[in-house]
Write a protein that binds this ligand. Structure first.
Ligand SMILES: Cc1cc2nc3c(=O)[nH]c(=O)nc-3n(C[C@H](O)[C@H](O)[C@H](O)COP(=O)(O)O)c2cc1C
Length: 347
C-alpha cells in the first residue's frame, strides 16, 4: 500500500527511534496499530561501504508493510545511490532524516544541519527523487534555532521536489529534547503549506494524539516515546479517532488489533518478536528495556525495574515481567509525562 493511503486510513504513526524501532519492535507496533513504520536512521555512507551492520538495520519482513527505510547523509549522489538500494530491498518508501541534532551528524552537514542550507537541501531531494520510483518522505525539525525556524520554506521546497509528506518534530535543533514541542508552530506550518504534514512531539496519550491531530489540522501524527510508556497508544488513538464524530470514519476498527489488549499479552508478543527477529545475545537486554519502559507509572514499577535489571536469564526476565504485568489493573498507570524521559535521539 502507498504510505499516503495508509495514512488516510490510519493517521497514527510510530516515530523512528534509533536502537528502539528495530525489526522486532516495528513488527509489534504494526500489530498494535501503527499505520506505517520507519526504520531508524541508516547511514547512506554505510550503504556505500556495504557495512554489514548497516544492512542489518534495513531488514524487515512483509508484516511491517508499508515500511520506509530512513537514510541520513549529506551528499546528494551518495544519498541517491543509497535510495536505490532501499528500493532494491523492496521498501515501500524512502524517508530522509533532516532532524538529527547529534553533533557527529550535523558536523558533516547532515541531519538537522541541512535545514540551514536550503540550496543543498533541494539538491539532495532532487537527487533522491530522481534516483527512485518509490515515494520519498522527509522528517525535519522546526528549524535550526529559535531565530531560523524555516519549516514553511523547507516544506515548500519538499513539495516542489515531489516529496510525499513531511514529518515535523516541533522543536528546533538547538532545543535538543528540552522544553516542549511547539504545536502552535506546527499548526501554523500546516496552514501555510499544501504537502501532507505529520506532526510530532510529546504525545503521551491517545486523547492527546487525537486532539493534536484535530487541532493542528495535520494529516497524521507521529508518536515516539509515548509508545514506550503505552504500547497500546496507537490502538487506543485509532479507536478514539474512528469513534469521533468530528472525523469521517474511513475504515472500520480492525478486530485483529483488538486481540492484544493487556500488557501481559504485549510482553508475550514482544518476547515472540524478539525470538524471531533479534540477535540472541541482545534478547535479554531488549526484554528488560521494554518491560521497564512499559512499567512506567504503575504501582511497584521501581521495585520491578530493580528486580529485572538484576536478572540475566531471558526466561526469568519473562516470568518476572508476566508476573508484574498480569497483576496490573489498567486504570492504575499514573501520568508520568512531566518526568524527563529519553531526552536524546536522532531526530
Ligand atoms: C532514543 C531516540 C532515538 C531516536 N532516533 C531517531 C531516528 O533514528 N530518526 C529520526 O528521525 N528520529 C529519531 N528520534 C526522534 C523521534 O522520532 C521523535 O521525533 C522525537 O522523539 C519526538 O517525538 P516523541 O516526543 O513522540 O518521542 C529519536 C528519538 C529518541 C528518543
Amino acid at each position: 500500500m502507498h504510505p499516503l493511503e495508509a495514512l488516510k486510513i490510519n493517521p497514527f504513526i510510530l516515530a523512528p527511534m534509533a536502537g528502539i524501532t528495530d525489526h522486532a519492535f516495528r513488527h509489534l507496533m504494526r500489530k498494535l496499530g501503527s499505520s506505517v513504520v520507519v526504520t531508524e536512521l541508516v547511514s547512506a555512507n554505510g550503504i556505500e561501504y556495504t557495512s554489514e551492520r548497516t544492512f542489518k538495520l534495513m531488514s524487515f519482513d512483509e508484516s511491517q508493510r508499508p515500511i520506509g527505510i530512513q537514510l541520513f547523509g549529506e551528499d546528494p549522489e551518495v544519498l541517491g545511490r543509497a535510495a536505490q538500494v532501499v528500493q532494491e530491498k523492496g521498501a515501500d518508501f524512502v524517508d530522509l532524516n533532516f532532524g538529527c541534532p547529534v553533533p557527529k551528524v550535523v558536523k558533516k552537514g547532515a541531519g538537522s544541519a541541512m535545514l540551514k542550507d536550503p540550496v543543498q537541501f533541494e539538491k539532495v531531494l532532487t537527487a533522491v527523487k530522481k534516483a527512485v520510483e518509490i515515494p520519498v518522505t522527509i522528517k525535519i525539525r522546526t528549524g535550526w534555532d529559535a531565530n531560523t525556524r524555516n519549516a514553511v520554506e523547507i516544506c515548500k521546497i519538499a513539495e516542489n521536489c515531489g516529496m510525499t509528506w513531511v514529518a515535523i518534530h516541533g522543536r528546533t535543533r538547538a532545543q535538543g529534547y528540552s522544553g516542549f514541542a511547539d504545536w502552535d508552530f506546527i499548526t501554523d506550518v500546516k496552514s501555510k503549506v499544501n504537502i501532507p504534514l505529520i506532526g510530532n512531539g510529546d504525545i503521551h496519550t491517545s486523547e492527546q494524539a487525537v486532539q493534536r491531530l484535530r487541532n493542528s489540522g495535520c494529516d497524521g501524527v507521529m508518536i515516539g516515546r509515548g509508545s514506550l510508556k503505552n504500547p497500546l497508544i496507537f490502538k487506543e488513538a485509532l479507536k478514539l479517532f474512528q469513534e469521533s464524530s468530528a472525523y469521517p470514519v474511513q475504515t472500520k476498527w480492525d478486530p485483529s488489533v483488538e486481540a492484544i489488549s493487556s500488557y501481559g499479552d504485549i510482553i508475550r508478543e514482544l518476547h515472540l518478536c524478539l525470538e524471531k527477529y533479534a540477535e540472541p545475545h541482545i534478547i535479554p537486554l531488549q526484554l528488560k528495556k521494554f518491560a521497564a519502559w512499559f512499567s512506567s507509572g504503575f504501582p511497584g514499577a521501581s521495585q520491578f525495574r530493580k528486580n529485572i535489571f538484576q536478572t540475566q536469564e531471558k526466561e526469568a526476565i519473562l516470568s518476572e515481567s508476566l508476573n508484574f504485568f498480569e497483576k496490573l489493573s489498567w486504570q492504575n498507570q499514573a501520568d508520568t509525562s512531566q518526568e524527563g524521559f529519553l531526552m536524546g535521539g536522532h531526530g
